[in-house]
Structures are given as C-alpha cells and as structure tokens.
Design a protein around this ligand. Structure first.
Ligand SMILES: [Cu+2]
Length: 416
C-alpha cells in the first residue's frame, strides 16, 4: 500500500516538475534566446567606440560610447543599411581626430577664455515686438573683445543661435552678424511671438575649437499663456507641406550611439530630396526638457560627400528606361550620443530642393525622444508577469492540494 502511495506521490511531483520545466524551456527557446539572438544580429556586440567628439553636445566631453541597441517597432535595418552604418562608423571615427569637442558652458560660469555675453534691449522684454539681441564675443577675465575676423565659419556662419520657450515650443535658429569683421558684437532682431521663459544658446568656433554658451533664461511679457507643453512620440512628423518619417532604431539608451534617420516626403507621399541648409543636409538640434543638455549636430561629415542619403527602397516607375522616371527613397541619418537619460525635444531642419524659402531659413520638424537610463530588459514585462503568475498558480494549487489532503486525513482519523 505504502509503495503505491509513494509511487503516486512521486508521479505527481514528476508531473508538475515536467510542466514547469517544459514551460521554462518554451520561454527560453521560443522567446528569450531568439529575441537576444535577433538583437545581437542587429548591433555589433560590445564594440567600444570612442566618444563622439565631433558632435556638439551640452557639456565637456567625458568620452564613452557603447553599442547602439535596437528596440521595439519595425525599423528599417537591413544588410545594406548595416554596411552603410559600418561605413559611417568608420568615417565617423576618422572625423573624431579632426574635431575638438565643443566646450559647453553657461554664460555666467565663464571665468577664463572665450566667452559670449548676451544683452537684450529694450527692457522690459515684450512679446510681438522686435527685440535686439547683442552677443559680445570676448576673452575672460579681461573682457577683451574678440573681433569677428578671429572667429571661424562653421556651417556657413560665424555664430549660430538657438532658442526656445520653457514648454519646448517657439523654437528658433538664427544667425546674428557683426557690423564689420573688426566688431566683436554680433547682433540680430528677434520677435518673440508668445510670452514666457526662454532659453538661448549661442555657438562660435575659434582656433578650431567649438564653444557653446547657455545664456541666462529671459522672461518675455505679453498676453496669452506662457506655456503650452505637449509631449508626443509620433514618428511620422508633419512639417509644413511635408511629412518626415523618423526612425530611432528602437529604444534610445544614454551613452549609446544611436542613429536617427529622417525620410522626407510630400504630404502625398512623393520623395523629397533636400538641398543644403547652412552647409549641411539637415541640422538637428536636441534639447533636454530641463534645458540641461544641448546638442546641435549634422549628418556625419563623411556622408556629406555622397549627400548623406541612404537608399532605402528603390522606386521604379512604370516606364522603365526613361531616365527621369526613377527617384530613390532616401533618408538623412545622424549619429547622436545622449549622455543623460530623460525627455529630449528634437528639431530637424531641412530645405526641400528648389524651395523658395530665404537662404538662411528652413522647415523644422519637431519630435520628442525618451532616453532611457539602461536598455529595456529583453523579456518584456508581459512575459515576466506570465511566468510569475504561472509559478504562483502552481505553488498555490500545490498548497491547496496538500491542505485538502491533510483535512481528508483528519476526517478519516476522526471517523475511525
Ligand atoms: Cu545655425
């Protein structure tokens, strides 16, 4: 009798063991490993790349970068793209040796060296009237003026100025000019259409070194709401009469090089080729929601040679052979490295070929990205919950069976 009971018990244990074990096997071989394998097939594993010095970023380079990671969403990485990315990586690394990293400083913190001080008039700063912005380029601590002739042109200008409101709207990218090359003051009129707090950044290049200055936030007074913040994660962006398809390659993780690719079409789906805007295919400005990070970047220089576009899909018109028939689907790509996690707003600026926009102006596509502290675990939460609940159910039913058995024993004893 005891043998039978022991055997029965053993078979029960054996059954549950098999159930749980096969469950784990399924999870591992049907889901976990294929996902990991797919991920690793997409990115070069554990390849340390030098810190992206050539890309302007919000503070002194602390120099680290790690492999790009692909995440959710069906992004368009195929073998050709992989080849192209490797090429870009190589070119990118070559570039690093050429560019010194732009030094990011808040205007008020510059005690020594090149500095830019911003002065705005008239006070108080009112919305909807032109305000004069004067950027005084000087050498600290003596405030010695640095004339425009001592600065270098970068992307067609000696000074680039970017600004926006605290709700990350009202973005502007303008280029103050000096009266003469002997002058150290770069001036421009700017009208702030809406009231609120604004942050302005200026950047210059001197002796081959880039400098970015964050200026004291200013308060513009006027009628209307001072903030209308709206965070959105659309990836098909509308900008003017154009739609811009943004591919981030999945989730973005801090200190990991990520490739952002922009594919521009008309609203009716026609491919749009861009012409140069300030000496680059496109300009991309990324600003962190708390204004602590500022990135102004351009498609990789090496790409510029062959217009930084990458053929995604070849479209062939019905009348094959007529030269004018074929337009390749292209995207402009940027390599960016976010050094801190958080929400960033991006401003991708481009000029469609043949546009009648004034030369210094461009169309701006706005978007948000979230930079993660670390890459999301390969096992999605859903699967995690499933495994945990299955184990809990098994445990519970085991406990209940045991309890019932004990109860039954008790009743038997009492009956006797
Ligand atoms: Cu600019």
């Amino acid at each position: 009798m005891d043998d039978k009971l022991a055997q029965y018990k053993f078979r029960q244990w054996h059954f549950w063991w098999l159930v749980i074990f096969s469950f784990l096997l399924i999870i591992t071989f049907v889901y976990y490993l294929p996902t990991r394998f797919l991920q690793q097939a997409v990115v070069p594993h554990d390849e340390q790349m030098p810190f992206d010095e050539s890309q302007p970023h919000g503070h002194d380079a602390s120099g680290n970068s790690i492999p790009i990671e692909s995440g959710d969403g069906d992004h368009m990485i195929d073998e050709d793209m992989r080849e192209h990315m490797d090429e870009m990586m190589e070119d990118h690394n070559d570039e690093n040796v050429e560019h010194t990293p732009p030094l990011y400083q808040e205007e008020g913190n510059v005690k020594e060296g090149v500095s830019v001080n911003l002065n705005i008039s008239p006070v108080p700063f009112r919305a909807s009237i032109p305000l004069r912005l004067d950027f005084f380029v000087n050498q600290k601590p003596s405030n010695t003026p640095i004339p425009a002739k001592d600065l270098q042109i970068e992307h067609a200008k000696k000074m680039h100025v970017v600004g926006l409101r605290s709700d990350m709207n009202e973005f502007f990218h303008i280029h103050p000019e000096p009266a003469t090359e002997e002058d150290a003051i770069f001036s421009i009129n700017q009208t702030f259409n809406k009231p609120g707090m604004y942050k302005i950044w200026s950047s210059v290049l001197k002796d081959g070194a880039g400098y970015v200055f964050g200026h004291q936030p200013i308060s513009i007074i006027g009628a209307g709401p001072v903030s209308e913040k709206k965070v959105f994660f659309d990836r098909n962006l509308t900008a003017g009469n154009y739609q811009v398809l943004l591919d981030t390659g999945g989730s973005i993780v801090k200190n990991r090089e990520v490739i952002l690719s922009f594919d521009i079409h008309t609203l009716t789906g026609q491919e749009v080729v861009v012409e140069d805007y300030l000496d680059a295919q496109m300009h991309l400005v990324l600003i962190k929601g708390d204004w602590s990070e500022f990135v102004h970047t351009h498609p990789s220089e090496a790409d510029h040679g062959h217009s930084g576009n990458y053929e995604l899909i070849e479209t062939v018109s019905a009348d094959e052979g007529h030269e004018q028939g074929t337009v390749n689907d292209e995207a402009v790509t940027f390599m960016v490295n976010f050094s801190t996690p958080g929400l960033y707003k991006g401003f991708a600026q481009f000029r469609p070929q043949g546009t009648n926009l004034p030369p210094d102006e461009a169309i701006t596509a706005e978007f948000w990205v979230e930079v993660l502290e670390k890459s999301p675990s390969p096992i999605s939460q859903w699967w995690g919950l499933l495994v945990v609940s299955a184990i809990l159910i098994a445990g519970l039913s085991w406990l209940v069976t045991r309890y019932l058995k004990v109860k039954a024993e008790d009743i038997k004893i009492n009956v006797k």
